[in-house]
Design a protein. Sequence first.
Length: 133
Amino acid sequence: FRTLISEKSTATSIKFTVHGRKRLQNSVAAILRSGSSFSMENEIETDGIPAEDVAFVGKTAFRDLLVDIVRDGRVDADERERMAWCEDTFSLEQAFVLACKVAAFQRVVLVAVSDHDLTREEEATLAHVRSGG
């Protein structure tokens, strides 16, 4: 009987954790997609969500921002502000941030040189991304 109670409460807590993480992911996504209404003052509610889930959501959001940068090869002021918000809000480790930025830059380089002809526009894009915008 004690085993059943323990298994039941564990299942409930796992369900709650997944629900809490999903809620947090949705909130962060909404903040990052908020367009011109985005503000560095945006706050998220993390009460009751385990720290590892909060960290996972923050890292995923930051990585997703960099994926968008790789798609267009440009880093604009809005994207820099959103990346800074993720870094600050989720206290992302600098090693993680740097690794993500290096991976994004490498991807932009690969796309630029894939046709074996680096144009002036592609050189400018690489310089722009390398400098951080």
